[in-house]
Design a protein around this ligand. Structure first.
Ligand SMILES: Nc1nc2c(ncn2[C@@H]2O[C@H](COP(=O)(O)OP(=O)(O)OP(=O)(O)O)[C@@H](O)[C@H]2O)c(=O)[nH]1
Ligand SMILES: [Mg+2]
Length: 382
């Protein structure tokens, strides 16, 4: 048993008959965390495990949560800050899921955060040694971003402080998973993985969650009692980290969409994303992740774009007729938040006018993430 340190009063006692496994799946914005978590959940459920998911964002109203609910996974959301700054909220989210008797809880931290090993894993380890069974901390890396940010193979498209966060995330992982390997030739994927392995001296797995590739090996690794939290960041420069986070404009919006006789939700999402992409490109800004979904009851259509010069992807990528639906728009872009808000509102107006859709009940939150101040930060665990 690990040594216990007295739990601060603010942290409640949690008594469980069996410890619950907690798997943190981190990585930069758009790396493929939600897709990978969905595939991992399917794999674990196939192995007879009960799985639940905790999502996390700087503000409420997430495409990721809506998507997880679609997969019929027990879900809880921590909004208003990252797990590290909202550790008590993360515990409350876990508590909320306990009635579903999860054996494994997959937790997706905000993609712009780092220092998780010291501020999340170590507090769980130290204050709840018999409650939680921590499995290796996976950090996912998109090959395009890894090449420009870590391997120096292309010009970085974000400020250096954003690159700093990306590299710190990988540095504190227990295991790295190179995502979207279906977009690379096999030898290319192996080569990038070998370079990351050499740089960070830890296992690097290859996954293509979209087609389920590599997920079984990843699950095997997570369940094989490997050491956890072995790369705590003792030297994070919170000034640089905060500047990197604040370089990103953050927007979460919801809009009610209706049409007299029905509209193609896929077409609307496509028009919206392309309009925003074009305006963001004209502003010379880089997209970290732009996602738009229409929840039309049974149909659920979403589109993603993970760089300004990239091509959007849609799920499903065919006509989906809806009469009314809720648009959920999440944008993380290296741009001033006020400008991002104007771009989003103009794109919503233009795309709805094009398709003769009524857009109303707009809720919009647009901001830069605040300075990260984790309440619990433990560097060393004996
Ligand atoms: N080709 C390919 N695309 C993928 C794969 N996994 C994820 N993607 C795509 O990458 C984009 C981002 O995926 P998400 O899973 O939403 O990424 P995320 O890390 O959860 O993003 P944030 O929550 O915004 O940080 C989406 O368009 C996904 O379809 C994959 O294995 N192959
Ligand atoms: Mg996600």
């Amino acid at each position: 048993m690990r040594p216990t340190t007295e739990r601060p009063e603010a942290l409640r006692a949690i008594e469980l008959v069996q410890p619950v496994s907690i798997a943190l799946v981190g990585g930069f914005l758009g790396a493929g965390k939600t897709t990978a978590i969905g595939a991992l959940a399917t794999e674990l459920i196939g192995r007879g495990k009960r799985v639940a998911v905790v999502t996390n964002d700087q503000a409420a109203g997430l495409v990721d949560t809506s998507l997880g609910l679609r997969q019929k996974l027990p879900m809880a959301e921590v909004a208003g800050g990252c797990f590290c700054c909202k550790f008590e909220d993360m515990l409350n989210a876990i508590l909320k899921l306990l009635p579903t008797k999860p054996e494994v809880i997959l937790c997706e931290p905000v993609g712009s955060c780092t220092d998780m090993a010291a501020t999340v894993l170590n507090p769980l380890k130290v204050y709840y040694p018999d409650t939680f069974n921590l499995v290796p901390f996976s950090v996912l890396a998109d090959p395009v971003r890894a090449r420009e940010t870590v391997l120096g193979e292309a010009e970085p498209r974000f400020d250096p402080q954003v690159g700093y966060i990306f590299r710190k995330q990988l540095e504190e992982s227990d295991v790295i998973a190179l995502t979207k390997c279906d977009t690379l030739a096999d030898d290319e994927a192996t080569c990038v993985a070998a370079l990351l392995k050499e740089r960070y001296e830890r296992p690097v797995l290859l996954i293509a969650a979209i087609e389920g590739r590599g997920i079984s090996d990843w699950a095997d690794y997570l369940l094989s009692q490997q050491p956890v939290g072995g790369h705590v960041l003792s030297d994070v420069d919170y000034g640089t980290y905060a500047t990197g986070e604040a370089a990103l404009g953050w927007l979460n919006a919801t809009v009610r969409l209706t049409h007299k006789s029905g509209f193609d939700a896929r077409e609307f999402v496509g028009a919206l994303i392309q309009s925003m992409q074009s305006s963001i490109d004209s502003a010379g800004a880089e997209i970290a992740h732009l996602k738009a979904a229409i929840d039309g009851g049974v149909p659920f259509v979403r589109g993603h774009l993970t760089s300004t010069s990239g091509a959007p992807t849609y799920h499903p990528d065919n006509t989906v007729e809806v009469v009314e639906g809720q648009l959920i728009l999440n944008a993380r872009v290296a741009i001033d938040p006020d400008r991002l808000e104007k771009i989003a509102l103009s794109a919503i107006k233009q795309s709805s006018a094009e398709l003769d859709i009524t857009a109303e009940n707009v809720t919009i939150r647009c901001f830069r993430p605040g300075y990260p101040r984790p309440p619990y930060r433990i560097l060393g665990v004996q």
